[in-house]
Design a protein around this ligand. Structure first.
Ligand code: ZN
Length: 254
């Protein structure tokens, strides 16, 4: 029996109801799902899910698109949320030079602030990086011993080596199934199996063969597993064991 984990999902904004998604995930042998926050409301929604379902984990943080808060407000947000033990990570946080309206220096400031908070309180981080490799790496390398994951990894091999060298996990989404992603598939091949995670990032990035037909949801992580198993030349059984172990190592204290 193959068991699944989805290392990055946004269940409350998927097309199907939370109830349907949960039921489908249970039927398909999902052991854990990390439901990721990106602003105040979505972090609280993640918390609510994690409080309702023991096998769902939550993260909290402010994504670069939603930095309409002042530095002080972000600190208040982090400090007030930290009391909830269901939060297993800080994220998604990071930098984005493509889609964010937010000024880059403010992005850098708020990203640094949240990484600093995560380190102080021993949370792993979930990093959003959209064509901001230089900026993101500059921030991360200031924090030796940092734990975390580069979510929806889409950069090149050279950057992958740099992130791996500072101890991070790389998580790949449905985009590894896309035709144009041949370079990214090469990166999947080179990532050590003990630093690999897979995710949907649902409702975005629906993998093939469902792309263009429906929005993404956790069950489609199976397609990402299949692709990764082929690329790593290992069985689905072995892959699923490893991914489970990696998930526990990063988010649940081993
Ligand atoms: Zn996300």
């Amino acid at each position: 029996m193959i068991h699944y984990v989805d290392s990055h999902a946004h269940i409350p904004i998927c097309k199907e109801s939370v109830g349907d998604i949960i039921e489908e995930a249970v039927e398909n042998h999902f052991d854990r799902i990390m439901n990721v926050g990106y602003d105040l409301a979505s972090s609280e929604a993640s918390l609510h899910l994690a409080k309702t379902f023991e096998w769902i984990d939550a993260s909290f943080g402010i994504h670069p698109h939603y930095l309409n808060m002042y530095e002080k407000e972000i600190d208040t947000f982090l400090q007030t949320q930290r009391v909830h033990k269901e939060y297993r990570a800080v994220g998604e946080i990071g930098m984005d030079t493509v889609k964010s309206q937010t000024d880059l220096s403010l992005q850098r400031l708020c990203f640094t602030q949240q990484v600093d908070f995560a380190i102080k309180h021993q949370y792993p981080i979930i990093v959003h990086n959209r064509e901001a490799d230089e900026e993101v790496y500059e921030v991360l390398k200031q924090f030796p011993g940092i734990r975390g994951v580069m979510h929806c990894y889409s950069s090149d091999r050279k950057m992958a080596e740099k992130y791996l060298n500072i101890g991070l996990f790389l998580s790949f989404s449905g985009n590894i199934t896309y035709k144009r992603s041949s370079e990214l598939r090469e990166v999947v091949k080179m990532v050590p199996i003990d630093r690999l995670l897979l995710e949907t990032d649902c409702p975005y990035l629906t993998p093939l063969p469902y792309r263009g037909k429906t929005l993404n949801r956790p069950v489609y992580v199976k397609e990402v597993y299949k692709e990764a198993a082929t690329l790593k030349n290992i069985s689905l059984e072995v892959l699923s064991e490893r991914l489970m172990k990696n998930y526990y190592t990063l988010f649940l204290g081993g």
